[in-house]
Design a protein around this ligand. Sequence first.
Ligand code: PMP
Length: 300
Amino acid sequence: MQAETIWMDGEHVPWSEARVHVLSHALHYGTAVLEGTRAYGTPEGSAVFRLDEHLERLFRSAKIIGLAIPYSPAQLRAATLETVAANGLTSCYIRHLVHRGYGELGIAARTCPTVVTVAAWEWGALLGEEGLRLMTSSWRRNDPAVVPTAAKATGPYLNSVIAKAEALDAGYDEAVLLNAAGYVSECTGANVFVVSDGTLSTPPSSAGALEGITQDTVEQLAADLGVPVRRRDLLRTDLYTADEMFVCGTAAGIVPVQSVDNRELGAAGPVTAKLTAAYEAAVHGRDERYRHWLTPVAAA
Ligand code: PMP
């Protein structure tokens, strides 16, 4: 995992020199918001998928946790395209991070500077492409009444980190988390969908799940394919009895689920396969209907 430079507050800093102080506020209290975006090769060269939606969510996340981003969305849009271009990347993962930096270390710390960075590097599919073996985590998902689950903030990711470690230690690929009420929320870095009786269902954000941009993409692709889709609360047992299940996210893409708590669901089913093909066509600029989701890097 490396590229040449990282955009740090307007400068293209060499990768190995993009450092922060150990007393940075965000390192101690998780006061940062982030985005994970991808660029793909298209017939017209590299293009970033749904960049504006990712930047909108970054600004929403910052607003929720009370961080003022000292740049406009247009400036960060330009910085993103410049970072991909400056590193000579075509297909890559892009990580935006807005963190409360080094200043004072009290909880309030309103005088700390806000530091904005954009990094990009080549990164393969986060969860692989084979069917995932999921376990229901013994940890519950963050509760929106405790931390703002609508914000993609770093602090709350501790919940994902410990759930992921538990799943890997137990020999599974990934964890699926239930919320405090026992309904399915999401995986550690991806949203979940089930197919039952030809209908797609995915948990609502009120279940503690992130408003996933891939989740939204899948919903739009499904609608265009004539597959009924709805957001509804899912029980753990709805996963066991699903005809198909997949997880989705920017880093992960669309990945079929093989089993949940050792209840076999089988290989990727026909709805998952159709959606995966539609998603691949959309991100790679092979479907005119979704070209508006792509921002060419060459314009940088
Ligand atoms: N949930 C969590 C907890 C995530 O970290 C991610 C990845 N950002 C997602 C869902 C999927 O979101 P998106 O499709 O916007 O990448």
